[in-house]
Design a protein around this ligand. Structure first.
Ligand code: SER
Length: 318
């Protein structure tokens, strides 16, 4: 019987992936953990425990006591927030992963999931259809930590047989929670302004392309990878993963089809430099070949779904 621990369960990905894991394994077999209980309503279907993943002893104790067999370690400081406090971001992103990998080796755990990101790529990376294997040289502390983390995942697999699996997510767009501290956050914020009939100020310029993905596709990719047979998972650093690519102008136009009086202005800030260092689009053919990945959503189908789901989760104030 599998028992699942989700670390960082209150976050943007965690709040949706935890639900899907509870569907698959049964709510009684999933424990959600985070530093704070941020989004109570979205996690009330399973057990929740406060856990600071930096506290190695607390992590080891909980995992042993509960007979955990799989960990989904989602906690991280994202790109924009990481630039404000690089050493804290490095410590959290690296130490927490090493705690989980050590635990997986020692027990051993059956499987570990750890997300990587398009942030592993940098200004010298080919920008269009970025290949799985190419120059990376990230220039954010978040990207550097994700690239180093990929190396550690591969190392623990090669040296100790730890079954750790990973995806390089594009920017994720979902309606259940707000993102925090990322460069791709604008693509979530814009829908919030649209449903509340407010104009949107974008922190990226209008033609700045980035790889993006709708949350149901991200959850499906994660479960597909984790449910694939061990031999099918041939890349143990992290898989390139693609859904769609768009610019702020294109997402604005997609929303305007549904909300004709919607307005946007562009006021790029330091996050523009981060976006410029990342790919426009991603080649995810290895994910397709190795474990059958295929995304379902386009920009317009995502927009329709976001605009219809969002008001129930974020009703107008007052
Ligand atoms: N969404 C992340 C960020 O913008 C990228 O993985 O930091």
């Amino acid at each position: 019987m599998d028992n699942i621990l989700v670390i960082g369960a209150s976050g943007q990905l965690g709040s949706e992936l935890t639900w899907a894991l509870a569907q698959q394994f049964g709510a009684a077999h999933v424990i959600a953990t985070d530093l704070k209980h941020l989004s109570k309503a979205t996690l009330d279907f399973c057990r929740f425990e406060l856990l600071d993943v930096m506290d190695k002893e607390a992590l080891f104790t909980l995992v042993k006591k509960e007979g955990i067999t799989q960990i989904y370690h989602l906690a991280a400081v994202l790109s924009a927030a990481g630039e404000k406090n690089p050493s804290a971001a490095w410590r959290l992103n690296m130490d927490s992963l090493l705690h989980v990998l050590e635990l997986a080796k020692e027990l051993p755990l059956e499987k570990v999931y750890w997300p990587s990101s398009i942030a592993v790529f940098g200004p010298n990376t080919p920008k269009i259809n970025t290949p799985q294997f190419c120059v990376k040289e990230p220039n954010t502390v978040y990207g550097i930590s994700k690239l180093a983390g990929e190396g550690w995942c591969n190392y623990y697999f090669e040296k100790y047989g730890v079954d750790v699996r990973s995806l390089r997510y594009p920017g994720l767009v979902g309606y259940k929670s707000l993102p925090g501290g990322g460069t791709t956050d604008y693509a979530v914020d814009i829908y919030h302004k649209a449903i509340h009939q407010e104009p949107f100020t974008c922190f990226l310029e209008e033609n700045s392309y980035l790889p993006m993905m709708y949350m149901p596709d991200a959850v499906k990719a994660t479960l597909d990878l984790m449910n694939a047979p061990r031999e099918a998972v041939k890349i143990r650093s992290s898989y390139n993963l693609a859904g769609m690519s768009f610019s702020p102008k294109e997402i604005f136009e997609s929303i305007k089809k549904q909300v004709p009086n919607f307005q946007i202005t562009y006021r790029p800030d330091f996050r523009q430099g981060i976006a410029d260092s990342w790919p426009d689009s991603i080649d995810d053919s290895r994910a397709k070949e190795d474990w059958g990945w295929s995304p379902a959503y386009t920009l317009d189908s995502m927009t329709k779904d976001m605009l219809s789901q969002l008001p129930a989760y974020f009703p107008p104030q007052g």
